[in-house]
Structure formats: C-alpha cells, structure tokens
Design a protein around this ligand. Structure first.
Ligand code: SAJ
Length: 505
C-alpha cells in the first residue's frame, strides 16, 4: 500500500497534456481521511452517486439541496437512507442506506455547512434555452451562496458540464466577489473543473470505472482534488487546466451526438434505398482493423440510429461548446459549415420523422392521422431509466397533436412528468383500441411483446419502431404494417408487394 507522502509526491506533478499518464491510479480509499469533509451541491443524477461513493470511502459528506417544489422531497428521502432515483441503478440504493445509517452522509438545504467542509462539489443543472444559450441561474446562485462561506484552503470543484471558459470567467469572479478572497492556493481558495461522466442505469459504475479529468486553476488545486477522487476512481485521474477540461467534456458529447446523427442520416438513406440500416451497420462495423498497424486506421463504431436524442447532456453540450467559442475564443476561424450544429438539427428532427413514418403507414391502411389514436411506448429518454429530460417523446407528442392525432403514453418507470403528459401505467390499457403502436424507448419491459398480444389489442395493425426493438418479419408475416427507422427493406417489400401482391389490379 503506497504511503501518503508517496501518493502526494505522485500527485504533485500535473500530467502534461497529452501525456495521458494518470496522476494517480485509484481507488485508494486510504487517502480518504475521515476528518476531511465534503459538501455536494445538487442532489440529482450526478450529485447523489458522487456523495454516496465519497461517504463510503470514508469522507464525511453533506449534500445540499434546495427545498424546491420539484426536488425538495429528496432531502427527507435521502436522510432516511432511501434512493430518490428510479429505474435500475446497481449498488446506489445499498450505498445510500449504508452511508446514512453510518452517519457518513446527510442532506440539508442550509448552505452555511460550507464553512465546515474542505471540498465543495457543484452538481447543479446547466441547461440551455431554445436559443441554445446556457442558463446558469442555478450555477450563479450556488456560487454566490458558496462564496459567503468560503475561507482560504477550501477547494471548489465544478462537475456540472459548462461552456468552455465558464470556470475562469464566470465562476471564479463570483466566488472572489462574494468571499473577498483571491482564487489560488494556499492563501485563497482552490478551484477546479472536473466533469461528470454519469449515465443513468450505470451511475456508480461510470464514476468508479471511467478516467477522471481534473482541470485546476493551479497545481495545488489539482493535487488536492486528484487526491480526493483517488479514493473512489479506478480509471485513473488526469490533471490539466480548466479550459482544456471544459472543451474535452463538451467535445466528448458533441462527438457522440455527431456519430448518432451520422447513423440517423444513413438510416434515412437506407429507408429510401430499400436496405436495412442494421445490416449495413453490421458490415460497416465488421471491417476489422489493420492488424499490422492498429492505430493507423481507426475502427468504425457506427452508432445506433433511432427516434431521437434526449437527456440532459447531448442535446445541449454541443451548444455549450459553441457558446464558449463565441464568447471566449480570441481567434475566430470562419469556416463554411458546422457539422456540430447540423448534427444537432438532424437529431432534433428524428421524432418528426417518426410521425412521418406513422402517417405514411396510416395512409397505407387507408386511415388518416387526424383523430387516430396512437399508443406511444416509452416516455424516458433512455431505456430502463426514469429520466425524461429532453426526451425525444416530447417533441413526438407535440407533433402528433399538431397533426390532430390522439395518443396514450406508457412508461414502466415514469408517473409524473414536468410536461404533465398523462402516463398510462397499464401497458394493455395503453395499447387497447389504438390505430398504431409507436416505440420511442427501448425498455426491457417491451421486449416480450408479441404479434399475438397486439392483434388482440390494436384496432389497426400498425407498428412504428424507433429503437429496433422488434423483428419486423414476425409482424409482417401476420399482416402488420411495419415501419422502422432505417428499415428500408420492409418498405421496398411492401412497395413491391402492394400493387400486385394480392393479384388485384
Ligand atoms: N442514442 C442514440 N443512438 C446511440 C446512442 C444513444 O440514438 O447510438 C440516444 C439515446 O437513445 C438517448 C440519447 O442518445 O436518447 C443519449 O443517450 P446516451 O447513451 O448518450 O446517454 P447520456 O446522455 O445519459 O450519456 C451521455 C454519455 N456521453 C458519452 O458517452 C460521450 C455519458 O458518458 C455522459 O456521462 C453523459 O452523456 C453526460 O452526463 O454527459
């Protein structure tokens, strides 16, 4: 077991950009000294798992959550050791129950506890508005609150995703203004941007297994923050500067968004060309890498096309990246077109394409979309989760309304939602007497749906599959009209079959 001095020695050296050598390999619970205290601000999908892991590593952790109408209830739930996050989250409920029972973790709405802690993690929402401008009300408010209770030696760590430049040019000035201190250790406060990489359904896993990037305003901020994360992170902790960390985070999600948009555009082409995008994807991803020089020719990992891209991250992180560029970039490169922005617009459009697929299927069945009743499976943005933030189902429903259709929504994990859509808890009741079934989220609960079940429930045998949930042949074989994102072969078959298949001219 490495002794503390050795660990500190290792950590002192900031890993040179690109050196990719982690500052330290963890987890190393021994670094978690029980007399060190941590405040985690924002009891959501990022703050709760981070707090539970750090408390379990030995830190004394206090969660800070506003007693708001939407989230205030979480304070009491958490202090009873109960997990407010629905869906399947391995390890999290047990860790919360244990750390609360052992008095290692508690939650309050009183910001004055900041005066008693060593580290302050900021895990609040950082959405963008309809004009793609970051909405930093929560971030600014918590920085003002923190500033009031800051004293020299404390370290503030932003984990929420922010636009490049935000740590240096927005957060730091507010903290300095409110505290009267200068940023920078040892005489002032420490400050880092160390972004979250959580994903619903694997919150604990991602924090523990994924590399952690620490962008500190100075070496001491980076060193202390890295030491803290080493108590829970297995994937290595890498040091850099705040701007590089902010760009890396937003690029990481923009990369995924562009990859998904690529898959979505290919799916649209496949529909028109009469091919199956999943067959194409299999062949494209199957191209082996050149064994003689694996690095020479990066592997292909075509992502999954689908009914849209939701969540708190991908729909906004590209805009955060571009906002940082617009606001803080000193040199501007004027380039012809932005694949980042176009990717966003295409992914935002996929729910509309789902309605187009539905309308064409209804017409094929001599029905019109106006006043038709549609069964919508899945309100969450991601399978097996209760998270509906920016769910593609929301613009899909709004487009249905615009075209005069009625609908029933089912989701196994979500009852109430911010948009106040009525969610039908009983699957059969949601499907009963509908003119079509539309798959928006690939919950495991839907994998057992059979043609027989739907034949007895649906008024019109139409399926629109936005998540490659079903095997179309199983349904078309018994007379269903089937549409799927990227499923061109069915269309072609139907096109081929339709005019002459029943021999009628
Ligand atoms: N999606 C597709 N096709 C795909 C992958 C996803 O259509 O091939 C859709 C999903 O259905 C969903 C949306 O995209 O609606 C987002 O899915 P996700 O799997 O990216 O889930 P997030 O947004 O919770 O997680 C992402 C992850 N980012 C990356 O993998 C680069 C996660 O690692 C981040 O921690 C998370 O954003 C975040 O918090 O930033």
């Amino acid at each position: 077991m490495k002794d503390k001095a050795k660990v500190n020695g290792d950590i002192a050296k900031r890993s040179r950009p690109g050196s990719a050598k982690p500052l330290s390999h963890g987890p190393n619970p021994s670094v978690a000294s029980t007399n060190k205290k941590i405040a985690v601000i924002g009891m959501g999908y990022v703050g709760i798992p981070a707090a539970a892991l750090l408390a379990n590593a030995g830190y004394n952790v206090v969660g800070i959550q506003r007693r708001s109408k939407r989230s205030g209830w979480k304070i009491d739930w958490l202090n009873q050791g109960r997990c407010p996050i629905g869906g399947n989250e391995p390890e999290l409920p047990e860790l919360l129950e244990k750390t609360v029972r052992e008095n290692k973790f508690r939650v309050t709405d009183d910001f004055s506890v900041v005066s008693t802690v060593d580290f302050i993690l900021i895990d609040v929402q950082t959405p963008t508005d309809d004009n793609h401008v970051p909405q930093y009300e929560s971030l600014k408010e918590v920085c003002q609150q923190i500033g009031k209770f800051l004293s020299p030696g404390k370290v503030v760590i932003i984990e929420s995703t922010v636009a490049p430049g935000t740590t240096q040019y927005l957060v730091k000035p507010i903290l300095e203004e409110e505290s009267g201190l200068k940023a920078g250790l040892p005489h002032g406060f420490g400050l880092c941007f160390s972004y979250e990489r959580v994903m619903v359904g694997r919150l604990i896993h991602n924090i523990r297994e994924y590399p952690k990037i620490v962008g500190g305003i100075d070496d001491e901020s980076t060193r202390l923050t890295t030491e803290m994360y080493c108590s829970i992170v297995k994937g290595g902790v890498f040091g850099t500067d705040p701007m590089t960390a902010e760009v890396s985070k937003t690029v990481e999600n923009a990369y995924r968004d562009v990859q998904i948009a690529f898959a979505n555009e290919i799916a649209l082409l496949c529909e028109s060309l009469g091919t199956d995008v999943y067959e194409v994807r299999k062949f494209v991803n199957g191209l082996p890498n050149d064994p003689s020089s694996p690095g020479a020719n990066p592997i292909r990992n075509m992502h999954f096309p689908g009914a849209g891209v939701g969540g708190h991250c991908l729909p906004k992180d590209t805009w955060l990246l571009m906002h940082g560029y617009d606001k803080y970039a000193s040199i501007k490169n004027h380039y012809p077109s932005s694949i980042l922005a176009d990717a966003r617009y295409l992914n935002e459009w996929m729910p509309i394409h789902m309605v187009d697929l539905l309308e064409s299927a209804l017409i094929e069945c001599n029905k019109i979309i106006k006043n038709s009743m549609i069964a919508v499976l899945g309100y969450a943005f991601l399978e097996n989760s209760d998270d509906s933030r920016n769910s593609p189902t929301i613009p899909f429903l709004k487009e249905l309304e615009k075209r005069g259709a009625k609908y029933k929504i089912h989701d196994p994990y979500i009852k109430d939602n911010e948009e106040d859509f009525k969610i039908e808890p009983d699957l059969d009741a949601a499907i009963q007497d509908c003119d079509a079934l539309v798959v928006m989220t690939k919950h495991d609960a839907y994998k057992t749906i059979t043609p027989e079940k739907l034949q007895n429930l649906l008024r019109t045998k139409i399926i629109i599959d936005g998540r490659n949930l079903f095997d179309p042949a199983k349904f078309t074989a018994v007379g269903f009209t089937f549409r799927g994102v990227g499923k061109g072969k069915i269309l072609k078959a139907e096109r081929i079959r339709l005019p002459y298949s029943d021999g009628s001219k």
